[in-house]
Ligand binder design. Structure first.
Ligand code: GLA
Length: 520
């Protein structure tokens, strides 16, 4: 083989030699990802075809084919998805001497629903600036260590989150752009807008706060976007709010930052010392170190559940593993106060309505005070749904007793979005102390009626129209399980409608809702 390569390369003109990209290239993301480092290993055959791999904290991609034309490189690669399925990624790169600018389109994870109609724009691509550190192909990537299997853990007890947590999270709108200054401004806006007084208490920093390396004692560090987490927590607390943070049971988070793998106790202590009140713990790269079975995943989550409990600070524990392996069956056991039930939500009707209407039924049996199904954070106000659709989003999440984590820019919130997020009558439905998750009680094509029992014996009822034209929707008392006459109140118009017998019908706009409370 080798002599063939030499023989062929000896025949190639000099210009082709200058274009050979074989070797090891390393560098980091120039935007958005704050120092994520990757290695690109390329082997260019005599005929010009290119293979190799891209190794980064977020992924290990195998390059199946590639070509170089006039300094422009295209690499076709395969990536193992979260569920083990293979995904296709195309990298493009420009080469100039020993420098490479590599562009990777941003991948979405967890089966985000694509949609018709108004689409959220794709995230901007990631760009990496690389330098060639060697002209030799470094050989195949190291074999991964065998995955660990663990037994089902002992139960972890928690008394927190007696009602679904409410607050704000940075990810849906800002992803990797979240900074200390932004979190402070958001906290100020949460107070001045009335969000805090409406119940939105947790200010949650999602992924991308972590430093590139642990310190010499193995303590997790922050990157330069978060100069002093303790000071930030003090500031948040001074506003009467609580601070949330994010990590992973794996070595890396979903955005490729440091996770808590083998540092669980230590990280929980650090969070407590900083004054953290809430942790979202996202599976991501844990799939590379743990076997994919219920006992092992539960044990991986219980490690942190126990560590939080022992940290000496009450820290709400949010599991994020996209609803896999029947999380409702064991989420409570590992100390989870809430657990995601699906892949990531997007700011579009199709994604939101599919997650909310289609993927929640059947999970109601797992929700009760302290333990909630999480259909993902709110997209209300992010701009790619109509106010009518956002009203549906809010109503459905409240009927589902879902955590209410706003995901918009509270600093620039229109009055109509503020009115949706701060509909106090619906928030009361979400936060009702009975803590029951509502269910669909009737469905006729695109028209659905959902009901949630409340502590005072009343029902919150949503008359939803998922269709493309306005329609009349009827909520029959018999479907809810009541009879006779009941006082009815419109929860969006904030109006009493009088005592009504048998059923209630209303004209509901396309993608809209009429929400009522039917008193005992
Ligand atoms: C996953 C989660 C998201 C967000 C990102 C951060 O995709 O499901 O909610 O936390 O990771 O990288």
């Amino acid at each position: 083989m080798r002599w063939l390569y030499f023989a062929a390369s000896a025949l190639l003109p000099l210009a082709a030699h200058a274009q050979n990209v074989t070797g090891k290239w390393t560098g980091s993301a120039s935007r958005y990802d704050n120092g994520i480092e990757i290695t690109v290993a390329l082997e260019q055959a005599a005929g010009g075809s290119i293979t190799g791999y891209v190794e980064g904290p977020r992924s290990n991609d195998r390059i199946t084919s590639g070509k170089l034309e006039n300094g422009k490189l295209t690499l076709e690669a395969e990536r193992a998805g979260r569920g083990g399925q293979m995904m296709h990624v195309t990298y493009t790169a420009e080469i100039s001497g020993s420098k490479m600018t590599l562009t990777m389109p941003q991948m979405t994870f967890g089966g985000r629903a694509g949609g018709r109609g108004q689409q959220a724009p794709p995230r901007p691509p990631q760009v990496f600036e690389l330098s060639r550190v060697s002209s030799k192909f470094p050989g195949p990537p190291p074999e991964p260590a065998p995955r660990v299997s663990l037994p089902m853990p002992e139960p972890v007890r928690t008394e927190l989150a007696r009602t679904p947590p409410m607050g704000w999270n940075s990810w849906n709108k800002f992803a990797g752009q979240v900074t200390d200054a932004m979190v402070r401004e958001m906290a100020d806006a949460i107070v001045s807008s009335g969000m805090r007084d409406a119940g939105y208490i947790y200010v949650n920093i999602d992924d991308t706060w972590e430093g590139a390396h642990r310190d010499s004692h193995g303590n997790i560090t922050t990157n330069n976007k978060f100069p002093d987490m303790k000071k930030l927590a003090d500031y948040i607390h001074s506003k009467g709010l609580k601070l949330g943070i994010y990590s992973s049971p794996g070595p890396k988070t979903c955005a490729g930052y440091l996770g808590s793998y083998q540092h669980e106790e230590q990280d929980a202590k650090t969070y407590a010392a900083w004054g953290i009140d809430y942790l979202k713990y996202d599976w991501c790269s844990a799939a590379q170190v743990y076997e994919n079975n219920q006992a092992t995943m539960a044990a991986a989550y219980a490690k942190m559940g126990l560590a939080l409990l022992r940290s000496g600070r009450p820290i709400v524990y949010s599991l994020c593993q996209y609803g896999n392996l029947d999380v409702g069956e064991w989420g409570e056991r590992v100390g989870g106060n809430l657990w995601r039930t699906t892949g990531d939500i997007r700011d579009d009707w199709q994604s939101m309505s599919h997650i909310g209407f289609d993927l929640q039924p059947g999970r109601e049996k797992y929700a009760y005070p302290g333990h909630w199904n999480d259909p993902d954070m709110l997209e209300i106000g992010n701009g790619h749904m109509t106010d009518t659709e956002y009203q549906t989003h809010m109503t459905l999440w409240c009927i589902l007793a879902a955590p209410l984590l706003a995901g918009n820019d509270i600093r620039n919130m229109s009055p109509s979005i503020a009115a949706i997020l701060m509909n106090k009558e619906l928030i009361a439905v979400d936060q009702d102390r009975l803590g029951r998750q509502g269910v669909r009680v009737a469905k006729d094509g695109d028209l659905e009626v959902w009901a949630k029992p409340l502590a005072d014996g009343a029902y919150a009822v949503g008359l939803f129209n998922r269709g493309t034209a306005a329609a009349r929707v009827t909520a029959k008392w018999s479907d809810i399980g009541i009879s006779g006459s009941h006082p009815v109140r419109d929860l969006w118009k904030h109006e009493d409608l009088g005592s009504i017998a048998g059923s209630y019908s209303a004209e509901v706009p396309s993608h809209g809702v009429v929400a009522i409370k039917v008193a005992k």
